[in-house]
Ligand binder design. Sequence first.
Ligand SMILES: [Zn+2]
Length: 471
Amino acid sequence: MDYQFLEEAISKKHEKFVEIANEIWGYAELAYKEHNSSELQQAFLKKEGFEVEEGIAGIETAFLAKFGSGKPVIGYLGEFDALPELSQKANEKVHSPLEEGAPGHGCGHHLLGTGLMQAAVAVKDYLEEEKLSGTVIYFGCPAEEGGAGKAFMVREGVFDQCDACLAWHPGDVTVSSVSTLSNARVFFNFKGISAHAAVAPHLGRSALDSVELMNVGVNYLREHMIPEARVHYAVTDTGGNAPNVVQAKAQVLYSIRAPRFDQLTELIERVSNIAKGAALMCGTEVEIQIVSNYADVLQNKTLDGLIYSHVKEIFPLDYTEEELNYAKDFYEVGEKAGIEMYKNLARQFMGEAGSQLFLGPMAKGYFPPSPMKMGSTDVGDVSWNVPSAWISVQTFALGTPIHTWQAVAQGKSQIAYKGMQAAARILARTAVDIYNNPQLLEKIDEDFQTALGGRKYQSLIPADTKPGMIK
Ligand SMILES: [Zn+2]
């Protein structure tokens, strides 16, 4: 297949997308409040000839932009939300907030959404040029960071019209398809009896003791859970700051992750039993509230294969001396353990020579589709309903963890925009493969059924929870 037209379409408009990403980086809007970012993207896509539906799934900042008609229908899952308290000056190599306490794009979602717009616009140009049957839809998906935006959009059937959905994530390494852990957030609210801690401690029943005992219990549980699972907690209410009062209320928020939904529900039950045990020991009561749930990403063999063929064509990217020098400073302060992990993984896939590709500020190596579990994302919820693929593309110096000021600092750099464009190139080519060979959809659907293995999508988010209630 000849991708010359796509290449030209992407590079011709590249500067415009850099401007858009720069602007969104500057807005740095938090989950469900991405008004400027969403409007900017909508306005641009309208100008490009897309038909825009705003406020979809009852979420003000969610939208879709559609072009073309008939099948195949390919969706791009764009995001644009920032993270709290990650404000950082662009390109600064030390921690230096632009505005103390303000949000920042520590997860690169300004690149994520804009890169997928770049792919969608190139695909639109291609469909027009070739007069092919097919529809491309860019989805503006709010609140990926903790807000489970796509889970609510799935609930409203927003993605059901798609034959396949494509997505990527910025990072410090390129992987041609990754999976994620399914994840739930659960509040444990303990209720006890208040008393004077010196005069009548025997009359009190401490909610804070219950939180402490629960956490100790869970820390003992760690040895006896599957090694891929993750459990973290934050004490969100200590019951007050007076030590001479027996705390009558206390709250702890747990984030529980496991590779599969069934493993997740089992682990939630075990953690909940520990909470009940802690309440029993202290004579308190516990109320358990699941507030968020992200499904794991189901991978699709055919989509992953198409993507990998394009990663091989496009990577490694060429970096100028200047870009490598820029990345070097961030690489030097980078997370060495993370780099070791990539090297070990490369050894598994490609032998010792492969591990040598993960030296230096911008890795020359990239990974084939991998069952590697990278964090959690609400792309998972889409992937249980529509065949999907999710990839990681290098936009930051090797060793740069996301959700850090280092990632925010590199967000407006040439290396970031080169990665964004590479993601657009890979995912535009993948879509074009399908428009030209619609029979691929059969294979894609077969893989989807195999990955589901008879299981059905379930979400633990209570039916009465509305978008925006999850923080
Ligand atoms: Zn992210």
